[in-house]
Design a protein around this ligand. Structure first.
Ligand code: SF4
Length: 303
């Protein structure tokens, strides 16, 4: 676990590629099937950017995004290897040929050693997975599926637009392909407490999931969650509550699952609350101190 009491992404990337690997975050210009007029307006915490960079909206092509970010990281970190992360909205929400054109944008760049595709679990099928698998074995390729909570009543409350069964089905289907799969979970969803977080950790641990990203729920401007917050219907977690929840989650998470992220990453200009979320370094340090003082290593409470 190289210094951390949990398995980090850097560890497996270094094992596979022998060098530090930097992630470049891409906006392919796709949308989300849950935000269209035929659906119910999206998750309550999501704004018009769909958790993305908004680069396409600023007229920056995929090729430009790739080259600009790689150049910047080569200058800053002397980086030699990269993961292309299609992050914004749902990156499987298009016909197969359009998706192929999008993903193929990485092919001229041999230094892109990995491909990560973020999407919803109700936006995947066998044909799309076959296409995505075709980018292996030369590259490390993984799917990123949002679960957020293993409780159906919470998914309803946050207007997630799919249930837990849909997530399990997507993960089961994906497990038949040569792909890693990363689950996204949010700590601090309305109505949830420690028992719910641990229930989610247990479900994730029981599935063929290889990676996880833990996010803090934060209130972003111009979202239904902001309205709930202003009306006093939602109170964000304190840093202490978040840190304790993450530590217990790690304790209840299967030890081989790579924890790719343990904090949120809000944009300062969009964030309403909690402001402490902006200081990621302090949050990470507090989590590491909590893990150490509670003698927690990943999976130590898995039964
Ligand atoms: S699935 Fe993602 S992009 Fe779609 S509404 Fe929910 S948070 Fe936004």
């Amino acid at each position: 676990m190289t210094g951390f009491p949990y398995k980090t992404l850097n560890t497996i990337l270094r094992e596979r590629f022998g060098v530090r690997v930097q992630k470049i975050t891409l906006d392919a210009g796709l949308t989300c099937p849950h935000r269209g007029s035929d659906r119910k307006g999206g998750c309550i915490y999501c704004n018009a950017q769909g958790s993305g960079t908004g680069a396409q909206g600023r007229g920056i092509s995929l090729k430009e995004q790739i080259e600009e970010q790689m150049q910047a990281m080569k200058r800053r970190y002397k980086a030699k290897a990269f993961i292309a992360y299609f992050q914004s909205f749902s990156n499987t929400h298009a016909p197969l040929d359009e998706l192929k054109t999008i993903y193929d944008t990485i092919l001229p760049y041999p230094e892109i050693k990995g491909l990560a595709i973020g999407t919803r679990p109700d936006c995947i099928d066998e044909d799309k997975l076959m296409l995505i698998e075709s980018y292996t074995p030369e590259r490390l390729v993984w799917m990123e599926y949002g679960l957020q909570s293993a409780k159906d009543e919470t998914l309803l409350r946050i207007n997630r637009g799919h249930n837990v069964r849909t997530f399990i089905d997507a993960v089961t289907l994906t497990s038949h392909f040569n792909l890693r799969q990363c689950a996204h979970v949010i700590i601090g969803l309305p109505g949830e407490d420690m028992d719910d977080y641990l229930f989610t950790a247990q479900l994730i641990s029981s599935l063929p999931i290889t990676d996880i990203k833990l996010h803090l729920l934060y209130v972003v401007k111009d979202t239904p969650l902001e309205t709930m917050y202003r009306l006093g219907e939602y109170t964000p977690l304190s840093q202490k509550e978040y840190v304790q929840a993450v530590a217990q989650f790690v304790a209840h998470l299967r030890e081989d699952i790579v924890i790719q992220r343990i904090t949120g990453d809000p944009h300062a200009d969009e964030l309403v609350e909690p402001k402490w979320a902006l200081d990621k370094g302090t949050v990470r340090r507090a989590i590491h101190e909590e893990l150490a003082s509670s003698d927690i290593i990943q999976g130590c409470m898995v039964g």
